[in-house]
Design a protein around this ligand. Sequence first.
Ligand code: NAG
Ligand code: NAG
Length: 426
Amino acid sequence: MGVAHFNRSRKRIEPNVVFLFIFIALGLSSLSCAARLPPASRQKLQVRKHLKRLNKTPVKSIQSPDGDIIDCVHISYQPAFDHPFLKDHKIQMRPNFHPEGLYDKNKVNIKRENTINQLWHVNGMCPEDTIPIRRTKEEDVLRASSIKRYGKKKHTSFAMSRNIPKSADPDLANESGHQHAIAYVEGNKFYGAKATMNVWEPKIQQPNEFSLSQIWILGGSFGEDLNSIEAGWQVSPDLYGDNNTRLFTYWTSDAYQATGCYNLLCSGFIQINNNIAMGASISPVSAYRNPQYDISILVWKDQKEGNWWMQFGNGYVLGYWPSFLFSYLADSASMIEWGGEVVNSEPNGQHTSTQMGSGRFPEEGFGKASYFRNIQVVDKENNLRSPKDMGTFTEQSNCYDVQTGSNSDWGHYFYYGGPGKNPNCL
Ligand SMILES: *[C@@H]1O[C@H](CO)[C@@H](O)[C@H](O)[C@H]1NC(C)=O
Ligand SMILES: *[C@@H]1O[C@H](CO)[C@@H](O)[C@H](O)[C@H]1NC(C)=O
């Protein structure tokens, strides 16, 4: 921008010469700088370059009370379109099918009262034809183990830990440090899943740990090529720099290795909604013996175009993951999971006290324990159905547990979670 302005204001100078000169000068100075710079500063330069790629020029920016900056970026300049396969992609502004019935155009942007909100909304909204993107800051990237890993899950042994429910070697599940309390269905073709989950702010003992509650849409095996679409809420000090509860998504097509990322931190998900920002804080959250706040998430496959769509709450169709990102999921999902996951880094050789869900065990029930309710799957005919033969899994039920049930109000549901470290979990 600076260069263009310079050219315009001094027309007598040959623009190409100026360009060339600046180019060489910049090139030389950055070269010599990079050579002289200590590794820390060289890293900073790389971080800035990465930030330039990630953060698109906004139409408008909104400061959130939690310190986030939400950039309203024109819908056709979103990160997805950096993907070579999406260069000539025509954005689908609505799915062909919606499992909750005839697709209502107004669904994309309905604003509901008395529902859970995103914190940044108190300071403004994004205009039409833009999407809200949480701006990545320098310190966000610097917290990651490497620039390349920023926005990605640490995949070491992660796929192994997910070798459920038929874990061949039970020790593997504990070793890798990821602990789950989940319900699941498998052995069929699934075209989506839905659930309503209450939202909490679990305590995280170590900044490198996280606690999340989500839906997993899975295809393939828990080997090298697992396909996964994930959506829910999480607390992750490493990723966001605070302990706030945030809406998030994740996708991978190679078991968390080279492809995929959280939110919009890589090219993949195409967002169409201007109200909801991935990775933004959710407010309010539930409190013990106090009002409970829950969110609904629906992920489904548009069987005509093949894309996987996501809806948040009752009205916000957020966007879609294009079919070409996946191998197995290009057809259908073979397993669906709902529930919680924490990282147990075993600080001081003991189990972490990082909480899952509300930090309470399922026995405590409503108003105290965390839950998933009205759990459903989408079938081949594009209908929402109760899951058949829902199983449960947890590595150590003394640390985090799960209990299923069903009734007319909540359909299939379960309570899950726990405190981690306690006299029965050390
Ligand atoms: C995990 O470790 C605990 C304690 O060592 C053990 O009781 C439990 O069976 C293990 N579970 C799995 C699934 O590995
Ligand atoms: C997050 O919570 C932990 C304790 O659970 C606390 O030590 C830490 O300072 C908090 N971090 C921030 C950024 O508030």
